[in-house]
Design a protein around this ligand. Structure first.
Ligand SMILES: Cc1cc2nc3c(=O)[nH]c(=O)nc-3n(C[C@H](O)[C@H](O)[C@H](O)COP(=O)(O)OP(=O)(O)OC[C@H]3O[C@@H](n4cnc5c(N)ncnc54)[C@H](O)[C@@H]3O)c2cc1C
Length: 422
C-alpha cells in the first residue's frame, strides 16, 4: 500500500490535516505532505479530500500489483486493423461482439484506428457499431510497425481508460496485443472462442481451449484493467452495417510527436497466391486421415472443384503430408465459418471442431456412426469416403449439367450463389 499527494490538485486547504487521526499530514507552501512513518493508510484523508481528489491511496496485492479502481474504466474498445487501405474483416466481427458486451454493461463501443489519412475508414467503423472512433493519424502509422503502434495504442488506452479492449488474433493483433497488455501490466487472453459478461461482477468471461484443447477454460481478469482479449477471424459473426448510424470521430494528430520506431518498413509484397484463402471461402471440403492416402485427396479436390469450394484438411492429414499446413483447420490451424463445411473422413476431435463448428451448415462423411463429428453435423452420411465422395461429385456434376446448381467463387466480393441450394 502507498499514498501520494497530487501536487497540481492540492489547494493547501488543510481538510486532510484535520481528518488524519495520526497527525501524519502537514501543509507547507500550499501543499500537503504525508509522513509515511506515521500514516496507517486508513484513507480518512482521501475521503476528506474528495472535492479536490488530490490524495491517492494505491493498493497492492501480495504479488506487488497495484489494484486499480475499476469504476474509472469504461467502454468496450476494438483495435481497428487495416490493410492496404481497407478495414480487416475481423474488426467488424469484433465490433458486433463489442456492441453486445457494451450494451450489457451500459457502456460505449469505441474503435481505435491508427492510420494515415484514414478518416473514411473511421466512418465505416461508426456504421458498423462504434459510438466513437479514436483516429490516430500520422504518415508513420500508414503501415503496421510494432513499436510505433504499441506506443500509440497504449497511450490512448492510458488516457481514456477503457474497460475492455479486443484485438483480432491476426498476425498484427498477435504481435500488438501482448505488447500493449505488458506495458499496461494487465492480462491478455489470446484466441478466445467466447466472450460474455459475468452478470454478478461485470467482469469479462473469456473462454478459450486449454490443456491442448481438451477442455474449455473461462478466464477472468478480476484485479486489473483494461481486460484484453484477442479473437481469431470468423469466430464471431459479421456485424450488420447501418449507414445511417452516427458517432464521434476524435482525431489525434501524431505528426509532431516523436514516436519510437526501431523497425523500418522496406516494402510491402503482395501474396501472389491465386486462392482467396480458406478463411473467406463460402464452401469448404475438408479431408482427414480417413481418406487413407495422399492420392485419395484428389477425390475431395475434385468434389471441391465442381462445387467451387476450397479444400482444407485435419491436422492428422497435414502431418501425414497429404495437404499443406496453410489449409489446416482447427486450434493450431485456421478458424473458418463457411456457409457449408463438408468433413470427409474426419473424426471430429475438439481441436478440429473449434476451427469449424461455427460453419452455417456442416455435413460429414464417416464410416463410424459414433464419430464425434456427427454431434455437430447437420447432415451425416455413414459410409466409406472413397465411395461417397465420388458419388457426391457425380451428383453435383449432374445437377450442374441440368442447370440446377452453379459453381461458386470464393471471392468474398462476389454475389454468386451457393453451388448447392437446399
Ligand atoms: C495441442 C493440439 C492441437 C491440435 N490442433 C489441431 C488442429 O488445429 N486441427 C486438427 O484437425 N487437429 C488438431 N489436433 C489433433 C486432433 O486431436 C486429432 O488428432 C485430429 O483432428 C484427428 O484428425 P482426423 O480426424 O483426420 O483423424 P482421426 O482422428 O484418425 O479420424 C479419422 C476418421 O476417419 C474415419 N474413417 C477412416 N476410414 C474411413 C473411410 N474409408 N471412410 C469414411 N471414414 C473413415 C474414422 O472413422 C475416423 O473417424 C490437435 C491436437 C493437439 C493435442
Amino acid at each position: 500500500m502507498s499514498i501520494r499527494v497530487i501536487e497540481e490538485k492540492c489547494s493547501g486547504c488543510k481538510l486532510c490535516v484535520r481528518a488524519c487521526p495520526f497527525g501524519a499530514i502537514t501543509v507547507t507552501k500550499k501543499s500537503a505532505h504525508i509522513d509515511i512513518t506515521k500514516c496507517s493508510f486508513c484513507g480518512a484523508c482521501v475521503e476528506a479530500c474528495k472535492k479536490f481528489n488530490a490524495i491517492e491511496l494505491i493498493r497492492e496485492d501480495a504479488a506487488g500489483f497495484v489494484e486499480v479502481d475499476k469504476s474509472k474504466y469504461k467502454g468496450v474498445w476494438v483495435f481497428a486493423e487495416q490493410k492496404c487501405g481497407r478495414i480487416v474483416n475481423v474488426t467488424f466481427e469484433l465490433l458486433g461482439k463489442a456492441r453486445q458486451l457494451a450494451d450489457k454493461l451500459a457502456e460505449p463501443v469505441c474503435a481505435i484506428l491508427p492510420g494515415n489519412k484514414a478518416g473514411g475508414l473511421a466512418r465505416e467503423l461508426i456504421c458498423s457499431g462504434a459510438d466513437k472512433v479514436y483516429l490516430a493519424e500520422s504518415s508513420r502509422l500508414g503501415a503496421f510497425i510494432e513499436d510505433t503502434f504499441t506506443e500509440v495504442v497504449t497511450g490512448l488506452i492510458q488516457e481514456h481508460k477503457p474497460n475492455i479492449v479486443l484485438f483480432g488474433a491476426t498476425a498484427v493483433g498477435r504481435s500488438l496485443a501482448p505488447r500493449v497488455a505488458s506495458r499496461l501490466e494487465t492480462g491478455l487472453t489470446a484466441d478466445c472462442t467466447g466472450l460474455e459478461i459475468d452478470p454478478k461482477t461485470g467482469d469479462l468471461l473469456q473462454t478459450r481451449p486449454a490443456f491442448g484443447g481438451n477442455l474449455m477454460a473461462t478466464i477472468i481478469c478480476p484485479n486489473r484493467r483494461p481486460q484484453i482479449a484477442s479473437v481469431r477471424p470468423k469466430v464471431f459473426k459479421d456485424v450488420h452495417r447501418n449507414d445511417l448510424r452516427t458517432g464521434k470521430i476524435i482525431r489525434y494528430d501524431y505528426k509532431n510527436h516523436t514516436l519510437t520506431q526501431k523497425a523500418q518498413l522496406l516494402a510491402v509484397v503482395k501474396d501472389s497466391a491465386k486462392s482467396a484463402g480458406i478463411e473467406d471461402a463460402r464452401i469448404i471440403v475438408a479431408g482427414g486421415l480417413g481418406l487413407g492416402s495422399a492420392g485419395n485427396f484428389k477425390l475431395i479436390e475434385k468434389l471441391a472443384q465442381v462445387m467451387g469450394a476450397e479444400v482444407a484438411a485435419s491436422r492428422r492429414a497435414v502431418e501425414a503430408g497429404w495437404f499443406c499446413q496453410t489449409h489446416q483447420i482447427g486450434q493450431t490451424g485456421k478458424t473458418v465459418r463457411p456457409k457449408l463445411y463438408i468433413a470427409c473422413g474426419i473424426s471430429g476431435a475438439i481441436q478440429h471442431l473449434v476451427g469449424m463448428q461455427s460453419s452455417e451448415i456442416i455435413a460429414a462423411v464417416n464410416k463410424d456412426a459414433k464419430a464425434p463429428i456427427f454431434n455437430v453435423a447437420d447432415f451425416g452420411i455413414v459410409g466409406d469416403v472413397l465411395e461417397v465422395v465420388p458419388a457426391l461429385t457425380r451428383e453435383v456434376e449432374k445437377m450442374r449439367t441440368a442447370g440446377q446448381a452453379e459453381p461458386v467463387t470464393t471471392d468474398i466480393e462476389s454475389e454468386q450463389q451457393l453451388a448447392l441450394s437446399n
